[in-house]
Design a protein around this ligand. Structure first.
Ligand SMILES: [Zn+2]
Ligand SMILES: [Zn+2]
Length: 269
């Protein structure tokens, strides 16, 4: 199994060493991992993001040399790319990652970016949540349309906080039109949709995007998917991978991809 979405202590929200991640992956008989540390273009001091990604990519390259039984690839998870597109291209050029993930983690509230994880959705009216979600899908659409990337990461991420944590009941169906537009761009550009397993061990217990949306992607002609557990701790390196692989086979996928030097390589499911 190959995990295309792994964080290390080069992300501000992980304390795991790159080497410990590799050893845990080998213990789990995984064939490879990609370090995709955070470069959030809203909130971090950009010089730090640049240095962290440079160090993360270097760690991946040297650990790839060290461990012959594990492919260790470099990467970056770029968020809020539309807010600083020039910085994103400079970062990619300077760090030369194997994999570029694209994601959106924040909403703009009162002209300020706020992480979805920090928003108190319990106290919010449905109308306001709908409007935040509409803007989230608009931001994702603008990101996939304009940015350089390989994999669209954890589409529907805010629903974990809204439905999973704040126990609202807002169906993703209500945004099918927006989601289909995003899938169309991903498919047309020949990019991949991430099947993110990180919330399978929570009360939310759903893939991101959810199973019905992965089916829609497939029906629209989407063939490229990647597997990511978004592990910030080594214990979550292959979280839910076995059951997810079975689901993907059942709905007609026969392979998933990882990226090396920004090119997709298939692995049979
Ligand atoms: Zn993320
Ligand atoms: Zn992540």
């Amino acid at each position: 199994m190959f995990n295309s979405h792994v964080h290390t202590y080069f992300s501000p929200d992980s304390t795991e060493s790159p080497e410990a991640m590799c050893r845990a992956a080998i213990d789990r008989n995984m064939c490879g991992i990609a370090f995709t540390d955070h470069a959030s273009l809203d909130s971090y001091i950009l010089d730090n993001a640049y240095r962290n990604i440079l160090n993360s990519c270097e760690a991946a390259r040297s650990l790839n040399e060290k461990f012959s039984s594990l492919k260790v690839l470099s990467g970056v998870e770029i968020s809020e790319v539309t807010r600083k597109p020039d910085y994103a291209s400079r970062l990619i050029k300077a760090t030369n990652p194997d994999t570029v993930l694209l994601s959106v983690h924040t909403a703009v509230i009162n002209s300020k970016p706020v992480y979805f994880s920090k928003i108190n959705f319990s106290a919010m009216e449905a109308g306001e949540i709908y409007s935040l979600l509409k803007n989230y899908f608009r931001d994702v659409y603008n990101s996939v349309t304009s940015a350089d990337f390989d994999i669209l990461a954890h589409l529907t991420h805010p629903f974990y906080f809204i439905n999973g944590k704040a126990h609202k009941n807002i169906p993703a169906h209500d945004f099918y039109g927006d989601i289909e537009k995003i899938f169309s761009v991903v498919i047309e550009k020949g990019k991949s949709l991430e099947v993110n397993t990180s919330k399978l061990n929570s009360d939310y217990n759903m893939l991101m995007p959810s199973e019905d949306l992965i089916r829609v992607y497939r029906q629209m002609g989407g063939t490229l998917i990647s597997l990511g557990s978004d592990a910030h701790e080594k214990e979550n390196l292959d979280l839910g991978f076995e059951e997810t692989k079975e689901f993907l086979k059942k709905i007609g996928f026969n392979s998933y991809v990882y990226y090396e030097k920004r090119k997709p390589f298939k692995i049979s499911l």
